[in-house]
Ligand binder design. Structure first.
Ligand SMILES: [Zn+2]
Ligand SMILES: [Zn+2]
Length: 252
């Protein structure tokens, strides 16, 4: 990846070199042609032929330089394309990592909330136990174990709430997943039958160009639209909803 600028620079230098040589050749050809036209009247047939062949030869050489340049340009394009592809795949991997992290983060949070719940339950149980066991000293005794429980509870998930915890994290996971797909539309992007390097938008499913407007519905499946495709020439004031979301909102 770090070699890209160097390789590009090398290719561009080579191309400029070829350009300079081709231009030199063209100047040669020009002067030869001038000379030929100037002297054509007093030249013998063979001499004329020689001269013309010389010019022809120079033209061929110039063409070779041109071909080399085209080759270099193609090579450069492929180089850049390759790097873009690599960046794209890196980006995709990075996004997947972020999603994973967000999911696991949420799971951790959920574990914490469930452990809190567990603590509360424990406390209640303790209270009941004590209420059942001892009569008068209940109030004093409850205060002490409560403090102890708080310390123990934060460091480790207590067993009491584990049952409800797994159940809750399951539903929370689904919610998070739904939210994530709502934001990123990964399936939408992947299903498009076009160059994967170029995401498409709008009702027309084309790549982005010109002025684009974003739908203000956060759950919009398309999100971005070409001005022309939604009948706009300037950016509207306030919130704007795409035709699909407008229809959906009217239904509700
Ligand atoms: Zn469009
Ligand atoms: Zn919309």
């Amino acid at each position: 990846m770090e070699h890209l600028p160097i390789e590009l620079q090398r290719n561009f230098t080579l191309m400029r070199d070829l350009d300079a040589r081709a231009q030199g050749l063209m100047r040669n050809i020009d002067s030869l042609a001038d000379e030929y036209l100037h002297n054509v009247k007093n030249m013998s047939f063979d001499k004329r032929k020689d001269h013309l062949e010389k010019i022809q030869c120079l033209f061929n050489k110039a063409k070779e330089y041109g071909d080399d340049k085209v080759q270099l340009a193609i090579q450069t394009y492929e180089l850049v394309d390759k790097h873009i592809r690599r960046l794209d795949s890196d980006l995709a991997r990075f996004e997947a990592e972020i999603q994973d992290k967000a999911l696991s983060n949420n799971r951790n949070q959920d574990d914490q909330t469930s452990s809190k719940k567990g603590r509360k339950k424990m406390k209640d149980k303790e209270k009941k136990k004590r209420a059942a066991a001892g009569g008068s000293e209940e109030e004093e005794q409850v205060k002490i174990p409560r403090k102890k429980q708080k310390k123990g509870g934060t460091s480790s998930t207590s067993g009491g709430g584990s049952g409800s915890g797994t159940e809750r994290s399951g539903t929370a996971l689904a919610v998070v997943e739904a939210a994530l797909t709502g934001i990123a539309h990964p399936s939408d992007v992947l299903d498009m039958p076009v160059d994967p390097n170029e995401p498409t938008y709008c009702l027309c499913h084309q790549v982005s160009y010109g002025e684009m407007i974003g739908c203000d519905n956060p759950d919009c499946p398309i999100e971005w639209f070409h001005f022309a495709c939604v009948g706009l020439t300037t950016k509207p004031k306030g919130k704007w909803f795409c035709p699909k979301c407008t229809a959906d909102r009217k239904k509700k």
